[in-house]
Design a protein around this ligand. Sequence first.
Ligand SMILES: NC(=O)c1ccc[n+]([C@@H]2O[C@H](COP(=O)([O-])OP(=O)(O)OC[C@H]3O[C@@H](n4cnc5c(N)ncnc54)[C@H](OP(=O)(O)O)[C@@H]3O)[C@@H](O)[C@H]2O)c1
Length: 243
Amino acid sequence: MTNVLLLGGTMEASAMAKALAEAQIPATLSYMGRVERPKPQPIPVRIGGFGGVPGLVQYLKDHAITHVIDATHPFAAQMSTNAVTACADTGTPLVALTRPAWTPGPGDNWRSVADIPAAVAALDGPAKNVMLAIGRMHVHEFAPQPQHTYLLRLVDEPKEPAPLPNHTVVVDRGPFSSDADEALMRDHKIDLVVSKNAGGTGSVSKLDAARKLGLPVLMIDRPSLPPRHEVHDIADVLTWLSA
Ligand SMILES: NC(=O)c1ccc[n+]([C@@H]2O[C@H](COP(=O)([O-])OP(=O)(O)OC[C@H]3O[C@@H](n4cnc5c(N)ncnc54)[C@H](OP(=O)(O)O)[C@@H]3O)[C@@H](O)[C@H]2O)c1
């Protein structure tokens, strides 16, 4: 009998969970557990790390998992790499439900950087008002550029203040609207937006707003991952499951 492990933490994973519930396919959604108020889900949820590849291998065996759907965020490289290894070790079919990366269009003024350290280095220079739209985890890495005034948009209220002398926190979770993001950027007199190339629709509004305001974007490229079967649509995952 089919028994799916869905690796989540994204809007796409929530949509996939809904589709699995509607199709009455037995499945469990797994969260790392970083977000304090995860959305209610129509399928059973487990929370917490597995304990690396050995822990995930054990989980797949203990729960007789027949298929793994990796719908984690494109920057969750450790989890995705572990899934590739654990599925290969156990012979469990794996599909990744991924979002195509964003690409610049007319009117966009992007500078791409390879990773977060490169983004930090690129911020060297005079003080600016910077919207740091990269989530909570990597904010501390920007401490070497304390001259800027940072606007942080986070899903949860931070437990500790960010190590940035001048910053404002806005607590909000997507999806966001480009009009609201434009107003936010105007209110905070933003000069530069720093973004991960997450892809998808949930947080693209900041790029639309930056384009409308003529603001430059420092775009952090995705981490590289081992080769795996990838699809972009929930329907394709359902087809894969039924094959
Ligand atoms: N990185 C981002 O920008 C971002 C943005 C939005 C949402 N998220 C979501 O937040 C979570 C963590 O992201 P991350 O970048 O910290 O990931 P990561 O660096 O790839 O993962 C670090 C560790 O967290 C655990 N983990 C991650 N995702 C998990 C899941 N869905 N279920 C169970 N354990 C999980 C695993 O621990 P063990 O090794 O112990 O198994 C993994 O090795 C992911 O679920 C991701 O989809 C990430």
